[in-house]
Design a protein around this ligand. Sequence first.
Ligand code: NAP
Length: 516
Amino acid sequence: MVDTLPSYLAGEWRTGAGDARVVRDAVTGAPVTEVAAADVDFADVLAYARDTGGNALRAMTFTERSASLKAAAAALSERKDELYELSAKAGSTRADAKVDVDGGFGTALVYAGLGRKGLPDGTVIVDDPEPTAYGKHGLFLGQHILTSRLGVAVQINAFNFPVWGMLEKLAPAVLAGVPTLAKAATPTAYVAEHAVRIIVESGALPDGALQFVAGPVNGLLDLLDGQDSVGFTGSASTAAGLRSHPSVVGRSVRFTAEADSLNASVLGPDAAPGTPEFDLYVDQVVTEMTTKAGQKCTAIRRAFVPSAHLDAVQDAVAARLADVVVGAPGADGVTMGALVGTDQRDDVRAKITELAADARIVAGDPTTVDVVGADPEIGAFLAPILLRGDETSQAAHYVEAFGPVSTLLPYDGSAADVIAEVARGQGSLAASVVSGDADFARATVLGIAAHHGRVLVVDRDSAPESTGHGIPMPQLVHGGPGRAGGGEEEGGLRAVHHHMQRTAVQAGPDLLRSLG
Ligand code: NAP
């Protein structure tokens, strides 16, 4: 028997009731916890957020909110080993866990800094550098202000980043003065729960500023109104269902989605074997395939290579993948952990079968894997799988295998051709161009920008300071059009503004000055 995972609602930890889902250790298969619907009336939870959390946050200045956020981040940093340990049960190596845990508190710290340095020591943001005058004498002017919305930020997270995913949504809401109700994805809810516990125990945030729910949230969306928001990360199909919820549609609940994405990486025609760019490209593809066992929304799924270099890239990536040691996080020499669970592994295997309908597997075997320190039959292990398609391949442009899987695809070496090929993914979170040819890189960036939230160009000069294809930065937009969900998160203070209401105020100069 394992304990049922509690939720933190209306100021107390409450254990769920009713049918429970057992969550198993990704490596050993042993039950870790079980997740059941929270035994609570969501109307009370929302009221607690709006009245207790919202009132407390709105009474604080941006400077005070920044300090709270910094204290929450510091508490997580101090106890990060506890989170690494739990993350290992979800299949994450120490390096994977750092992306999630350190990435999470690091993001909160960046927001704390943005709030401290970029926002006034008050509660209102004046959004225009100068008011617009409507008459000759400047007696009547117009200016935008931003004030905290009076609702709740409902934040629904995906399983792959239980800490970072929660923190990158929570931090801007705290700064904006809006209380959060964070809903964790069931497979890693126990990691998110522990992060919330650390924050709650630190006392960094005022009561009601952060509530946490494990398990389903049936009926919650019915209770939302036009002051509330839903920030969703997860699959495109769940996003579609939530986006069309009657509250979202009928009461204009502010809704954003980060969904799945067939991110591209482009090797420039100049980057022949033997160049630093060629090696950087190969390294990046392998890193993106193996970090978090490829369970990253930004991972490279489509690797576009000039036809002339395709064999060389295939050989180089396959050689590097042959050195990957799959196994239990922490076991000797292990460089890639497990997927989050066997259901996820089976789903990825099924998606590989779909991809292999019109591409061929050139490295790895989806049915067998050598595993260090664990039983390959019980743990959710999968070898990294590299596929190779051609100009006629279709599946690579619409099937997302959310694991250590990537497909090499050829193009003719021109920017025009690769721009058209990349666009077949119908909108992605991130793309990269690895090239020392500035004209090619410029043309490609401008040609693919409309389909992407973030584009990264890497060459031998910028590589030493590159933050990597798959790592969203808090100062920059994370999101993407079309298939990627159409939302934007992060992007510095833009994410704070998202939780506030922009209001145009028209008045005389003295009144306007008194607002900010
Ligand atoms: P998912 O099944 O869509 O679930 C995402 C979240 O939605 C979970 O918290 C889930 O809770 C919740 N949920 C499901 N149905 C719901 C409903 N009717 N009402 C409210 N919440 C509901 O996705 P996932 O399997 O966790 O994540 C994998 C997918 O997420 C991949 O496709 C990946 O590409 C995408 N992803 C995107 C990003 C990004 O930033 N764009 C980041 C990470 C992952 P339960 O788990 O309790 O069902």
